[in-house]
Ligand binder design. Sequence first.
Ligand SMILES: [Fe+2]
Length: 201
Amino acid sequence: MNLKDYTIEKTFNLFPTCVIEFDLSLHPDISLLKEIIEETKHLCNQHGLLSNSISSFGTFSILHDPRLNNLKDSIQLCLFDYASIAGLEKVYLTNSWYNIMSAGSSVESHRHYGSTVSGAFYPSFEFGSSNLFFNSPIAPCKMNDLPADGADNNIFSSLTTEINIKEGHLYLFPSWLEHGVRANETSKRIVISFNSDREKH
Ligand SMILES: [Fe+2]
């Protein structure tokens, strides 16, 4: 008998997590969005999950500024696309906010309670800024199956992963998916974050 007297027929990637990237870099409202951020940043506060950063969280919903209606509508279409691809009921944008991160800032791992699909849109993302990391939702299920040395990028065994962020791009992910940002090294990293719900508010 041969040592390897078989072939691998198929590998199943069961129950994957849907994260979708959208390119909005040519959207006509991005410069206006940046102006509104400059205009309103004096209203921002510190946020408990963020260090060395300011956030509009809890003060006002940036995407509900009437001047940004077109951008909000585009993001809503992205949410509809996400729901369709992920096989979910439609979801509707609820609250939104922005975070301005500078050198040394980070965001602790967290989830967005009370939301269905969450999003992160990057109007300003200096080269070298920290990416967005996600923790494996099945990590709590694992018992004795420890990752092998050098298997950090193996989709089946890794416990955390990062996606490379691009300026002007939007990332949608399930709100239950734990995520965060490791220490940022650049002077300006701005993200618009938002939530959604199955009911239209
Ligand atoms: Fe978040």
